[in-house]
Design a protein around this ligand. Structure first.
Ligand SMILES: Nc1ncnc2c1ncn2[C@@H]1O[C@H](COP(=O)(O)OP(=O)(O)OP(=O)(O)O)[C@@H](O)[C@H]1O
Ligand SMILES: [Mg+2]
Length: 487
C-alpha cells in the first residue's frame, strides 16, 4: 500500500502556519467550557446519535472560523449540499455566505464500494485538501468509510492514521463525525479514541414527553475541563444552545446587602437570598406574593414574576386586591405595577422540558435584569419531578439558584406544601415562611413559621402578617409621594 505521506506531499504544496491560534467552536458556551481545546494540529471526533446535532456543530465550527478568515473544507459522504445549506441557514449558520467569499469548499464524495481501495479515498481527499488548502476540514461522516473497510483491519488502521495525520499536514483542525445508533450509549471508537485530541459525544434521549440532548465530553487533550455533561437544545437562528448555568463551579459568596422590610416579624432578608413561601394546598395566601412585590418596590428592585400556575392578569388582580385591602389607593397601585417595575410571565412546565424551561427563564432574567424573581407554583415542578425522576431537574434548579445568588437577585419560591418537596426546597432556602392552618374556638386561623438561616425559628400570627402588609402599604404610599415631589 502506498504511503499516504507520499500521496499527500506530492500534491500539497505548502502549509499556512497559524502560531498560537485558538479556533472557535462557533458556540459561545463551548468556547468558554472547552477553551483552548481547538488549536492547530488537533483532531476532533464528534460522535453522536441520529439527529443529535453533529452536522450543526461541525458547520458552526466551519462557519465561525471562516468568519475569522480560516478556510474550511467540508467533505460530505451523506449530506446533500443544498439541503445542508438550507438547514443550516435556519439555524443561523450561513454556509452559502462563506462559500461566496471563498472560505468554504463543499465536496461530496461518492459512497465507496467495497472494491475501491482505501488509497483511492485517501487520494481524493488529499487532492481536495491540496487544492483548497484549508485550515479546517470536516468529514461528515466517516462511518460509511469505517464500515466499508471495517473487516479489513490494516485498511481501517491506515484510514484512521491518515485522518490523524491531516491536522499536522495542514497545521489546522480536522473534525470527524461518527454516527452512533440511538440506543447505544457507550461508543467504541477503536484507535481513533487514542489519536483524537478531543472526543465529544452528542446524545439524544427522552425527558418526560420531550427530546433531551446532552453533550458528553469524552476527552480534551489541551485543556482542563471539569464539566463532563452539558444539556443543550437546537434552536432556530442559533444552532446548539446551552444552559449558561453549567459554567458556575463555585458557590457564590453571601452579599451583605440588607433589604428594608416594613416590620421585624419577618426576619432579615439579604440580596441574593432565596425565600421559600409555602402554604397548605387548600389555602393560598396570595397576599404574600403582594407582600414580596411590595418589598421589592420599597427597595427599588424590579420584580419578575414567573408563574407555573396562573396567567399574568389573574396574578396581577390578586396583587392589586391585596394591596387595596392593605390600604393603598388603586391608582397608586397601577402606577406602581407598571411594566418597568413588575413583569408578569406565565410558563407551562408541562409544555417544555426542564432544560428549555431553564433557558426561557435565563432569557427573561437576562432581558429584564430583575432585582427580585418570584417563582409562583413551584410545587407543580416538584410534583412533575417526582413522576419523572429526572436528575436534570435538580441540577438545573440548583445551578439557576446559584446563578441568581451570584447576581445578587432575591429569589422567592412560592408553592403549596408537601413533606417531600418541603425538605428539598427548604434546604435550598435562606428564609422560610411556612403557613399552616389551626383551629381556635371553632375559628380557622393561620400561623406562619418564620425561619432565617442562622436564627432560631419563630411563629407569628396572620394578624401580624396583615399588620406588616398595612405598614408596607403606608411606606409605599409615602415613597410614591416623595418620588413625585422629587421629580
Ligand atoms: N430550525 C430548527 N429549529 C430547531 N431545531 C432544529 C432546526 N433544524 C434542525 N433542528 C434539529 O436539529 C436536528 C438535526 O441536527 P443535525 O442534522 O446537526 O444532526 P445530526 O447529528 O447531524 O443528524 P444525522 O445523524 O441525521 O446526520 C434535527 O433532529 C432537528 O431536531
Ligand atoms: Mg448529520
Amino acid at each position: 500500500m502506498k504511503n499516504f505521506y507520499v500521496i499527500f506531499k506530492s500534491i500539497y504544496g505548502g502549509v499556512v502556519y497559524m502560531a498560537n491560534k485558538v479556533l472557535s467552536w462557533g458556540v459561545e458556551h463551548l468556547d468558554k467550557i472547552l477553551h483552548n481545546a481547538l488549536t492547530p494540529n488537533s483532531l476532533v471526533v464528534i460522535a453522536g446519535h441520529a439527529g443529535a446535532g453533529k452536522t450543526t456543530l461541525a458547520s458552526s465550527i466551519c462557519y465561525a472560523n471562516a468568519l475569522a478568515g480560516l478556510k474550511c473544507l467540508y467533505v460530505s459522504l451523506q449530506e446533500d449540499k443544498l439541503k445542508l445549506y438550507a438547514n443550516m441557514r435556519n439555524l443561523g449558520i450561513d454556509l452559502e455566505g462563506i462559500e461566496g467569499r471563498g472560505l468554504l469548499h463543499f465536496v461530496k464524495l461518492p459512497l465507496i464500494a467495497e472494491a475501491d481501495s482505501v488509497s483511492d479515498v485517501v487520494e481524493s481527499i488529499s487532492t481536495k485538501i491540496a487544492e483548497v488548502k484549508p485550515q479546517v476540514v470536516v468529514v461528515d461522516s466517516i462511518t460509511p468509510l469505517l464500515k466499508v473497510f471495517g473487516g479489513k483491519v490494516s485498511e481501517r488502521a491506515f484510514l484512521q492514521n491518515f485522518f490523524a495525520e491531516i491536522p499536522h499536514l495542514i497545521n489546522g483542525v480536522v473534525v470527524l463525525l461518527v454516527e452512533v445508533p440511538r440506543h447505544v450509549n457507550e461508543v467504541d471508537l477503536g484507535e481513533l479514541e487514542f489519536v483524537a485530541d478531543v472526543v465529544l459525544f452528542l446524545k439524544v434521549g427522552l425527558e418526560r414527553d420531550f427530546i433531551s440532548r446532552t453533550l458528553e465530553v469524552g476527552k480534551v487533550r489541551n485543556a482542563e475541563v471539569s464539566v463532563a455533561r452539558m444539556p443543550y437544545t437546537i434552536a432556530s437562528g442559533v444552532g446548539l444552545k446551552f444552559l449558561p448555568s453549567t459554567v458556575l463551579e463555585e458557590i457564590p459568596s453571601r452579599i451583605r446587602d440588607k433589604l428594608e422590610l416594613p416590620c421585624l416579624d419577618l426576619g432579615t432578608v439579604f440580596k441574593g437570598n432565596i425565600i421559600y413561601v409555602t402554604y397548605p394546598p387548600d389555602f393560598r395566601p396570595k397576599h404574600m406574593i403582594a407582600f414580596m412585590v411590595g418589598v421589592a418596590l420599597l427597595n427599588k428592585l424590579r420584580v419578575l414574576i414567573i408563574s407555573y400556575k396562573s396567567p399574568p392578569e389573574e396574578l396581577k388582580e390578586f396583587i392589586v386586591n391585596s394591596l387595596i385591602k392593605a390600604g393603598l389607593n388603586e391608582d397608586l397601585i397601577n402606577n406602581l405595577l407598571n411594566n418597568d417595575n413588575v413583569v408578569f410571565k406565565s410558563l407551562n412546565p408541562c409544555g417544555l422540558s426542564y432544560v428549555q424551561l431553564g433557558m426561557v427563564e435565563y432569557e427573561l432574567i437576562d432581558k429584564y435584569k430583575p432585582g427580585m424573581v418570584i417563582f409562583h407554583g413551584v410545587d407543580i415542578l416538584a410534583k412533575l419531578e417526582r413522576i419523572s425522576r429526572e436528575e436534570s431537574y435538580w441540577n438545573g434548579l440548583i445551578n439557576e439558584m446559584l446563578n441568581l445568588k451570584k447576581l445578587g437577585t432575591v429569589v422567592v419560591r412560592a408553592g403549596s406544601y408537601d413533606s417531600e418537596t418541603y425538605n428539598v426546597y427548604a434546604s435550598l432556602s435562606d428564609v422560610i415562611y411556612r403557613f399552616h392552618t389551626t383551629e381556635e374556638n371553632g375559628n380557622i386561623k393561620h400561623k406562619v413559621y418564620v425561619w432565617n438561616r442562622g436564627d432560631t425559628p419563630k411563629l407569628i400570627t396572620e394578624e401580624q402578617i396583615n399588620a406588616c402588609l398595612e405598614k408596607l402599604a403606608s411606606k409605599l404610599h409615602n415613597e410614591i409621594k416623595i418620588r413625585a415631589l422629587t421629580k
